[in-house]
Design a protein around this ligand. Structure first.
Ligand code: MSP
Length: 519
């Protein structure tokens, strides 16, 4: 896709009970890179992120802190969740909060429609509820607790006790959609990605789909059920609807038609909600199901899913303050195959920063700009007759452009960066072989020097465009130094190799300065 297709991409909306860690930032960055890439290819792109503010988890945290849940949410959104977007340089188009009027009112509209159409009934439910997951658990999903919870059954994800609840609730007749869901997974093999996530969704539905309790009546922090104000909407049912309320569902049909359906980027921990419950809700309402759902892997610390509740959370600023936001973005998207788990370590981050960003890309950029400044007074050289080596660089530029775009289309972000990086390696290899610094010593080789510098200059410009979704800050600096037209983000990424060269280069500060890692 390119040239005006529409791409609406979303992140999960994040619980405001706590501050963000690098796992949350990872999801943001992945969705942002995809959005930036599509935007730069001329697609009608919209990126949404936001916060999930209702439910018992938030209510309890607020109460424990002596404030109302809304006060708590306002504080966390202002002090933690919106600042996260700056910390890792997210260019989102919208930010939705589930306490926004535009959301609450249209959640009610959606629910009323399902109720009127007979998809909702009253029932009783008894089960084990995990407040951390905001989900009823099957007995088979519980494990024996350890330490202070010895002797109790705890949630396998949060390692905290579950609560036995008995409530009279409203139920969504989700079981009625099992066959339709299975047909959907069958007809659209890439509806749920990667393959492992698709298999999980299929197996889950095949084992038998129960109806879903969609209201709670023992607390009131949520959207009121429109026909029975003694109930609030179950927090997940409420939260999933953000994806449509944010783009005009119930109030702006034109905007809704323009944006929906979305490509959802989520962590695999919340796959069932997105790949099973959410499409069933949409089918019930007669709306299009999502374009796709991509469940990425977990960031692991010490072999376990990193999380605040297990005290393994690392704040994104811990990384960006030392390495910068570009390095954060690059590292997590390059080092981890998108869709698989990845272990985070400071050593690996520091090593890749030095080898790939500082020495591989940064140094290449500085050297080429410095040589044009030194040998040609900053005037962009013109290529003369071309050798095979020069032509090969042009070929790599074209290949890197095509291959990285094709990879983005498959949501294979790590491959897209890998394809662009072939150009970094090719240019470094080219300079080593052509030795422009040696050519510069021999006035008889002035023409060849011009051609080599022109070839390297052109390659660098292509790299700046190709890497701009991942490294927005560094590539903008490079683009300015190269004297390219406008901003780097205005350049078409699907034709990166066709960029229009400038007239003069200007000095370039180190793109990735040396860092001292304090362990
Ligand atoms: N509020 C729900 C989502 C509702 S979407 C309609 C929720 N929020 S959350 O704050 O717990 O964030 C969940 C998301 O954060 C995960 O799906 C994942 O994208 C990201 N991550 C949280 N911990 C993570 C890791 N350790 N590793 C990778 N991503 C992680 O669930």
């Amino acid at each position: 896709m390119a040239d005006g297709s529409s791409l609406y991409i979303t992140t999960p909306i994040f619980y405001v009970n706590d501050v963000p860690h690098i796992g949350h930032a990872y999801t943001e960055v992945a969705a942002d890179v995809l959005a930036r890439w599509h935007r730069q290819a001329g697609d009608d792109t919209w990126m949404l992120t936001g916060t999930d503010e209702h439910g018992q988890k938030i209510l309890r945290t607020a109460t424990a802190n002596g404030v109302t849940p809304k006060e708590w949410a306002d504080k966390l959104v202002a002090e933690a969740w919106k600042p996260l977007l700056q910390t890792v340089d997210i260019a989102n188009d919208d930010f939705i909060r589930t306490t926004d009027d535009r959301h609450e009112l249209n959640v009610q509209k959606f629910l009323q429609k399902l109720y009127d159409d007979g998809h909702i009934y009253t029932g009783e439910y008894e089960g084990y509820y995990c407040v951390g997951c905001e989900e009823y658990k099957q007995q088979s999903e519980l494990v024996p607790g350890a330490g202070e919870y010895e002797g109790q059954l705890v949630c396998a994800i949060h390692s905290k006790p579950v609560e036995l609840l008995h409530e009279k609730n409203y139920f969504f007749r989700m079981s009625a959609f099992a066959d339709k869901l299975l047909a959907l997974y069958e007809e659209r093999p890439d509806f749920v990605q990667p393959e492992s996530a698709r298999n999980e969704a299929v197996a889950f539905v095949k084992q038998g789909l129960a109806d879903l309790s969609i209201s709670r009546s023992t607390f009131d922090w949520g959207v009121k059920v429109p026909w029975d104000e003694s109930h609030v909407v179950y927090v997940w049912f409420d939260a999933l609807l953000n994806y449509i309320t944010a783009v005009g569902y119930g109030q702006d049909d034109e905007e809704f038609a323009r944006r929906w359906p979305a490509q959802h980027v989520i962590g695999k921990d919340i796959l069932r909600f997105h790949a099973v419950i959410w499409p069933a809700m949409l089918l019930a309402a007669g709306l299009d199901v999502p374009k796709g759902i991509f469940g990425h892997g977990w960031l692991l610390v010490g072999g376990e899913k990193m999380s605040k509740s297990k005290l393994t959370g690392i704040a994104p600023e811990q990384i960006t303050e030392t390495f910068g936001s570009d390095a954060f973005r690059y590292y997590f998207l390059r080092a981890i195959a998108f869709g698989q788990d990845g272990s985070f370590s400071w050593e690996d981050l520091a090593a890749r920063y030095q080898a790939e960003l500082a020495n591989g890309f940064g140094n290449l950029a500085s050297r080429v700009v410095a040589m044009i400044t030194r040998y040609r007074d900053g005037v962009v050289p013109a290529a003369g007759s071309l050798t095979e080596a020069d032509l090969e660089i042009a070929a790599v530029e074209r290949r890197a452009t095509d291959a990285s775009w094709a990879a983005v289309d498959r949501l294979a972000i790590h491959e897209a960066i890998g394809s662009a990086w072939e150009l970094v390696d090719a240019l470094n290899g080219y300079l080593t072989i052509e030795e422009p610094w040696t050519l510069a010593k021999d006035p008889a080789k002035a023409d060849r020097l011009e051609t080599v510098l022109a070839t390297a200059y052109h390659g660098l410009g292509t790299l700046a465009v190709l890497l701009s979704p991942v490294l927005p800050k560094a590539t903008e600096k490079l683009w300015t130094a190269l004297g390219g037209p406008g901003t780097v983000q205005e350049q078409r990424i699907d034709r990166a190799h066709e960029w229009t060269i400038g007239e003069r280069v200007t000095p370039l500060e180190a793109l990735f300065p040396r860092v001292e890692v304090v362990e």
